[in-house]
Write a protein that binds this ligand. Structure first.
Ligand code: GDP
Length: 356
């Protein structure tokens, strides 16, 4: 599965957030045979549609899609030079598919700030500079080898060209994800600033409802997504039953927990979407890449479904709920039979027809 790596300076609340993520772990509850890794937190993608489907189909259980977060310890100034535990952690970040950078916004005199004071802009610059330097080092090592390999016709000149262009952008202080370059030829290098980013501002409770303060922080990271949460509140929320949790959330002026927001935005940032299936056994969301066609979507359930794909019967979630049953939806002409070129939509409720 695709994963989101959590990074940030020390003492910004990464562990507090990650503990909340792992306590929320859906694997233990829903996938009894899954191996649970200590540094991975798997949370469900919130999707209220599943509960509605489960009502219509009298499903025994609900299986949401999931989002995986990996805890990667703090980065300090000098990490790219191997300062402290730097390099090993950078290696872990290279393996993540997207990055969630936690930035400290909370004030607390009892919690030391490693850079001397709470200053989100400065912290962002410190981390981004370290990641850019590390990427630059990767490219400086790769380019001479690529030059040799291109001469010896063992490497594609397009790879070298992309590497040189990326190095040039980094030298000008540009994050690769903002460079507009085609980075596909150099994907294998796991360049960290080429990955999609989410910024998680760990702020005081008062900031959660302060639109102006949030807009200011958001502007520091645009066009990337920003999530605002209070990691301390998140760690309290997970220990409460749903009613009490809803009450606490409401008292902080939020409609959705920070972890739910992070799951939703993370899922989207990874380039993923879902489609739905429902029956008496389960109402379930399946994860596919955005833009997937029907046979690939079927393949997520079982490889035989993809190989033997014939058609997909698709009803949109809204039409199905309006109709109240698959039979009634068919009767109303709302059930479509789609072929192998159909591009899946979010909210499609699907039943596949296939040969075995
Ligand atoms: P990490 O080094 O980034 O993993 O940071 P930790 O999660 O260990 O947090 C460092 C300290 O800050 C701990 O004492 C936390 O209890 C505290 N902390 C974390 N999040 C918050 C927060 O949102 N508000 C306040 N006041 N303290 C926090």
């Amino acid at each position: 599965a695709l994963t989101i790596g959590i990074v940030g300076l020390p003492n910004v609340g990464k562990s507090t957030l990650f503990n909340a993520l792992t306590k929320n772990d859906v694997l233990a509850a829903n996938y009894p045979f899954a191996t649970i890794e200590p540094n991975v937190g798997v949370v469900s993608l919130p999707d209220p549609r599943l509960a509605r489907l489960a009502e219509v189909f009298h499903s025994e259980r609900i299986l949401p899609a999931t989002v995986s977060f990996v805890d990667i310890a703090g980065i300090v100034r000098g990490a790219s030079e191997g300062e402290g535990l730097g390099n090993q952690f950078l290696a872990n970040i290279r393996e993540a598919d997207a990055i969630a950078q936690v930035v400290r916004g909370f004030t607390d005199d009892d919690v030391v700030h490693v850079e001397g004071g709470v200053n989100p802009k400065n912290d962002l610059e410190t981390i981004n500079a370290e990641l850019m330097l590390a990427d630059l080092q990767t490219l400086e090592k790769a380019i001479p080898r690529l030059e040799k390999d291109v001469k010896g016709k063992r490497a594609d000149p397009a790879t070298l060209e992309a590497a040189v262009a990326a190095k040039d952008a980094l030298e000008r202080g540009i994050l690769l994800s903002h460079s507009g370059l085609d980075l596909a030829p150099i994907r294998e290098y796991g360049l960290m600033t080429a990955k999609p980013y989410i910024y998680v501002f760990n702020v005081d409770e008062a900031v959660l409802t302060d639109a102006a303060a949030k807009a200011e922080l958001e502007a520091l990271v645009a066009p990337a997504h920003a999530v605002f949460l209070d990691a301390k509140i998140e760690s309290e929320l997970i220990d409460l039953d749903p009613d009490d949790a809803a009450e606490l959330l409401a008292s902080t002026g939020q409609e959705e927990s920070g972890i739910d927001q992070l799951a939703r935005i993370g899922f989207d940032t990874l380039g993923l979407q879902t489609y739905l299936t429902a029956g008496p056994k389960e109402a379930r969301a399946w994860t596919i890449a955005k833009g997937s066609k029907a046979p690939q979507a079927a393949g997520v359930i079982h490889t035989d479904f993809e190989k033997g794909f014939i058609k997909a019967e698709v009803i949109s979630f809204e039409d199905l709920i309006d109709a109240g049953s698959v039979l009634e939806a068919r009767h109303r002409g709302k059930a479509r039979l789609e072929g192998k070129d159909y591009v899946m939509h979010d909210g499609d409720v699907v039943e596949f027809r296939f040969n075995v």
